[in-house]
Write a protein that binds this ligand. Structure first.
Ligand code: FNR
Length: 379
């Protein structure tokens, strides 16, 4: 309807509707170093491309006479009823994509406007409390890069609880940054500018570890952060993480069914199947190909999924393969680059509209109807 009404009113669309156009418009809008950081991946980016290509190997089988005039895309997650099965995946240093530098706040506002929850990165330009202050109806989640200093980790979780986040997502696959040629080739790699350390610089536990405040000596503060950051967690850390919070605990970066079973046994509330959008390991399996094994091992435990979702139909396929909710990474950054909150709302609404229309025309009125039976392997 909107398409025809806009046409009648002579309205010219402000933002692109295909991923390819979105990507090239964002490329033109962003400084080259920021573009490299956001768009790039590990190695020759084979896995990054394979993530997206994996969706083309599945097709939805149309069903007719099912009365799909009304669709229900809402989903139960950790006791909450969410309007959308999509969520914004955590993106560190998102502020670099926003004209005013406040990309995290802009994303939180987009979450509120669309009902698409945001997972706020530890490495946000805006402090986690300011981001959470934007949430009213739509729940937010906090993503934790677990620092080696346990008191600091505990304090970050405590602050996230107090700020009102509704779950803690612990990222496991990025305790060291992958081999990223585009970042290596970019002299002013943005993370090194300390843009993303608001959550550390403002933290009393972090500040107590320094001789001089981050304002007086930002170099020393950035150096301390680099020392605290690289923390390869082990299974023994899960009970400790579990003990930190009563909030839902989700572990991000799982792909192996055995890891999923073990995480479940240790009391996590959700597993997050992802290969970090191909930014960490080149040569790994496309994330979508790992999803069925993760879903089977997860059983009743909710499965979050991301990596390579570029359209509403991609999201529908991931849901049909058993994901409880589907994360969107780079397209969110691109929408933000083009039009701040408005651009990001456009991207999220477009993904939701495409998913909704696909469910209408192919006859799957609710997420419960989207099972693996709805799909056929194409190649
Ligand atoms: C990320 N990702 C990420 N993940 C995380 O847990 N914490 C973080 O701070 C970041 N930072 C980050 C920055 C940028 C620029 C990108 C593109 C990605 C990974 C992210 O959450 C998600 O797993 C991938 O982006 C999903 O893949 P697609 O949708 O980008 O293909």
């Amino acid at each position: 309807q909107e398409i025809y009404l806009n046409g009648l009113g002579g309205l010219v669309p402000k933002y692109p509707f295909t991923h390819e156009e979105l990507e090239s418009a964002a490329r033109a809008a962003l400084p080259p170093s920021v573009w490299s950081y956001v768009a790039g991946g590990a190695g020759d980016e084979h896995t990054q491309r394979a993530n997206a290509a994996a969706f083309t190997r599945w097709g939805l089988v149309p069903r007719m006479f099912v009365g799909a005039a009304r669709r229900d895309l809402s989903v139960d997650l950790f006791g909450m009823r969410l309007r959308s099965p999509l969520f914004m995946a955590p993106i560190g240093v998102l502020g670099l994509c926003a004209q005013d530098g406040h990309g995290d706040l802009a994303a939180a506002r987009a979450a509120e406007l669309t009902g698409v929850p945001m997972v706020a990165s530890t490495l946000s330009v805006d402090p986690l409390e300011a981001v959470a202050a934007e949430f009213e109806e739509t729940p937010g989640f906090f993503q934790l890069y677990t620092p080696t200093d346990k008191d600091l980790a505990e304090n970050l979780v405590r602050r996230a609880e107090l700020a009102g986040y509704r779950g803690i997502v612990v990222t496991l696959d990025t305790w060291v940054t992958g081999w990223r040629p585009r970042d290596l080739a970019t002299a002013n790699f943005p993370q090194l500018r300390g843009h993303c350390l608001a959550n550390y610089f403002g933290d009393p536990v972090f500040r107590a570890l320094l001789d001089r405040t981050p304002e007086e000596d930002p170099g020393a503060a950035v150096l301390l952060w680099t020392q605290l950051f690289g923390n390869p967690l082990t299974w023994d850390d899960i009970p400790w993480l579990r003990s930190l919070t009563a909030l839902p605990l989700i572990v991000k970066g799982l792909g192996h069914p055995e890891d999923v079973r073990r995480a479940k046994d240790l009391g996590v509330d959700g597993v997050y199947c992802s290969n970090h959008g191909g930014r960490q390991a080149n040569g790994g399996l496309p994330a979508l190909d790992m999803l069925p094994g993760v879903v089977e091992a997860a059983g009743e435990t909710p499965v979050l999924f991301d990596s390579g979702v570029r359209s509403g139909s991609d999201a529908v396929k991931a849901l049909a393969l058993g994901a409880t909710a589907v994360g969107i990474g780079r397209p969110c950054a691109y929408g933000l680059a083009l039009g701040g909150t408005e651009g990001l709302v456009h991207v999220l609404r477009s993904l939701l509209a495409e998913a909704d229309l696909l469910m209408a025309v192919d006859g799957y009125p609710s997420l419960a109807d989207l099972t693996p039976e709805a799909l056929r392997r194409v190649g």
